[in-house]
Design a protein around this ligand. Sequence first.
Ligand code: GLN
Length: 453
Amino acid sequence: AFLARIEAVEPKIHAFLHIDADGALATARAVDARIAAGGKFGPLAGVPIAVKDIVVTKGLPTTAASKMLEGWIPPYDATIVERIKAAGLPILGKTNLDEFAMGSSTEYSAFGTTHNPWDLNRIPGGSGGGSAAAVAARMAPLAIGTDTGGSIRQPGAVTGTIGAKPTYGGNSRYGLIAFSSSLDTPGPVTRTMLDAALLHEVIGGHDPLDSTSIPQPVPPVVEAARTGLTGDLSGVRLGIVKEFASGEGAEPGVIAAYQAGVDALVKLGAEVEEVSCPHFTYALPAYYLISPSECSSNLARYDSVRYGLRVGDNGERSLEEVMAATREAGFGPEVKRRIILGTYALSAGYVDQFYGQAQKVRTLITRDFDAAFAKVDALVSPTTPFTAFEFGARTADPYQMYLADLYTIPSNLSGGPAISVPSGLSDGLPAGLQIMAPTMRDDIAYRVGAALE
Ligand code: GLN
């Protein structure tokens, strides 16, 4: 049924960079046969899934939406993909994204934009616009995203889907094509909170292959989502971030939808109070130093030798000339901007002033969260300041694109979990409410989100 749906609507949406109909059907049949023979599987066995094309899949093309990796077939599976396969979920294909997950609209994909199913002239968010659009257009019931600065949650918000960024270190990064290693986190994109929780339990948990993986059990997110679904939030204390409360820079309709969401949470029994997080306003500039710095180091591996593309190698040119020609042809403009920004921020004489300073801000933001969570169980905010915009509206000025991440970045910098839940419409387009919880207390965010949906 999902393959038929893909055939019907994918030409209009372009959520996928690669569709593996045969592989998905083969897995579905194999799982059926094993169940018939008495095999035991978890609750998601046979439920198809789409995977963001920055997560490596053995034998299936993985491009990170970059010409640099066009035609590359990974020889191994990411840990989360191994777990998805072991749980019996057929993989429908690989979804579109901004090149190397840098962007908020999927317009920076080297292989064409994805269209928002709510309005085909608008962006589906980014970087994981393909995963969100696939779920929103009912081409996949489940999808995997990755969130470095909001790339699971913001696409979720603008497509009316659930986007759950787990605790950093709670879900393995092994086999994620690295963007900013201290921030990258894979997680679920789904239609319901219970689906997200079930998928979280499939992919989550310690992985010895990831040096920053937390050696603790997965928080009880399924149980928490079920508790939330009873609709009772009495005793749950929620904090409104004072510094975001003015709604400055946000569309009035988004703030109204968020307010309606907060009112609904209060009706369900939650206690709400204002909490000050004075350093959150510095999150965006700190992120746009830290993530490009890490990206400039991580993307040094695309050197025309180790992977994919090689341009201008006529047997006479030097390695450096071939490398330069390859990087010139292989990287798009946003990726180049980030590499240059990061290289500058890390260069001798500037590293303390830029990268070092941003790391200090990161610590202050983590302390803001700690102080807030001494008073409340979770924080709430809008997910993103604006709904899906029209193609081209924010590509001329990079800062306008970066503003999409205003509310999502603090929890990337602290590492805490954060989930975007649909909170109604603004001018006919979906808006999202974000729930931020303490590190390894993903269950709290799932409970609140499930109560609200
Ligand atoms: N929009 C952010 C950026 O461009 C977020 C990216 C992400 O989470 N992968 O960096």
